[in-house]
Design a binder for this molecule. Structure first.
Ligand code: C5P
Length: 245
């Protein structure tokens, strides 16, 4: 039976955005004993590859492989098959790839699970609108009309129709996603900034407490931990704030 602390720490996803395995491992060592989820994104995966993911799994971490696949359905099916065989607990694709592409992602994972004894089905989530995208950028540059919330809810509904398990979105949109897709449809929310830390390139940000109040299932936190002078304390403070809600 997990303690309340372990359950809450498991909802914190630490973004290991580093250029090599050495620096990422140093952060992992500093966080030893905190049962958080580890998120491996493109920067680290392109540099350190599957070995780093296997190493995290051997250390007992849940791993979210954040590669945001977006390609023709057959290619995404193959990518999904490969990352599932790697044993990741969660991975993602872009909802903008459409229904067929998202269904192909699910089929690829199911095929890998069917042919590999003991392999569990990963949670597959869809990226909706990046948390770095403002309403103006979405309307004027990307050419999607309407509000960010409407676009996110449309993407989330499509992901649900494809049989995926949830979405990446800003915690600002979690209420609308739950209303459209139900409370069990997972929401993974980056753009988290404890009060006092800089937004960086994120446009739609909330504090850990605000994200919890809005009902986010998982909070993705990168620079407020990785760029902190004391990453361990930064992570512990975030978990404490999450528990206080
Ligand atoms: O450093 P920061 O806390 O802004 O890191 C957020 C992390 O979440 C980054 O790894 C980024 O790639 C990821 N992410 C995001 N927005 C999405 C999906 C993933 O910021 N929609």
């Amino acid at each position: 039976m997990n303690t309340a602390y372990e359950r809450m720490a498991g909802r914190l996803m630490v973004a290991l955005d580093y250029p090599d395995a050495g620096q990422a491992s140093a952060l992992v060592r500093q966080l030893t004993g905190i049962p958080c989820y580890m998120k491996v994104g493109m920067q680290l995966f392109y540099a350190a590859g599957p070995d780093f993911v296997r190493d995290l799994k051997e250390r007992g971490y849940s791993v979210f492989l954040d590669l945001k696949m977006h390609d023709i359905p057959n290619t995404v099916k193959g990518g999904s098959h490969s990352v599932t065989r790697l044993g990741v607990d969660m991975f993602n694709v872009h909802a903008a790839g459409g229904l067929d592409m998202m269904q192909a992602a699910k089929a690829g994972a199911e095929a890998a699970v069917a042919e590999t004894p003991g392999l569990a089905m990963p949670v597959i989530i869809a990226v909706t609108q990046l948390t770095s995208t403002s309403q103006a950028v979405m309307n004027e540059e990307i050419g999607i009309p309407g509000s960010v919330e409407d676009a996110v809810v449309r993407y989330a509904s499509l992901a649900k129709e494809a049989g995926l398990h949830g979405v990446v979105a800003s915690s600002l949109e979690v209420g609308a996603i739950a209303a459209a897709c139900g409370p069990d449809f997972k929401t993974v929310t980056p753009g988290i900034r404890p009060s006092g830390s800089g937004a960086g390139d994120q446009a739609r940000v909330l504090t850990p407490g605000q994200a919890m109040e809005r009902g986010s299932h998982y909070l993705v936190v990168g620079r407020p931990i990785t760029a902190s002078t004391d990453p361990r304390q930064a992570a512990e403070q975030i978990i404490e704030e999450m528990m206080s809600v």
